[in-house]
Design a protein around this ligand. Structure first.
Ligand code: ZN
Length: 156
């Protein structure tokens, strides 16, 4: 299975939507209330987790965030690690059945990810960076490259 096939299989476990990649980006589609196929170009403003048309997306915020990670993964962009999916599969979230998280992993979804700022593997807490065109996971405030920044801020 290709990454796209794996991603859409996982997506189908928690959303009515599917997506495809075209030359100019990702397109998400689903069947609307009137039975017509709704197709929308994946485009985010500010946040990377919600499309500009998130009010018409047939799912909630977590579903949209999860979809954003699937699209980014297929496009080869930095994503949240599999531990985030394990959280989404946990009893706290119950967004996605656990077996689909295993399918993602088997399909090559990263278990560990590098920080988009220091490019080292993120250990411990993580955050999401989105600034000046750089988007992806980054070290959290309590560990890694931003820890020093945090200490400096405290010493002022
Ligand atoms: Zn870092």
């Amino acid at each position: 299975m290709s990454k796209l096939e794996v991603a859409n299989k996982v997506l189908a476990s928690f959303s009515y939507a599917q997506f495809e990649i075209r030359k100019n980006g990702a397109y998400v589609y689903w069947q609307g209330h009137d039975g017509e196929r709704v197709t929308k170009r994946w485009q985010c403003r500010g946040q990377d987790f919600y499309p500009v048309w998130h009010h018409s997306y047939p799912g909630g915020g977590t579903s949209s965030t999860a979809l954003s990670q699937l699209i980014r993964w297929v496009q080869g962009k930095p994503v949240l690690p599999i531990s985030t999916w394990r959280y989404w599969a946990s009893n706290t979230c119950k967004l996605v059945p656990p077996k689909f998280v295993d399918e993602l992993l088997a399909g090559g979804y990263p278990e560990h990810v590098d920080c988009v700022l220091c490019h080292k593997q993120i250990e411990g807490s993580l955050d999401w960076w989105s600034c000046n065109g750089v988007t992806g996971p980054c070290c959290g405030w309590t560990s890694g490259c931003r820890q020093k920044e945090n200490k400096d801020a405290n010493s002022n």
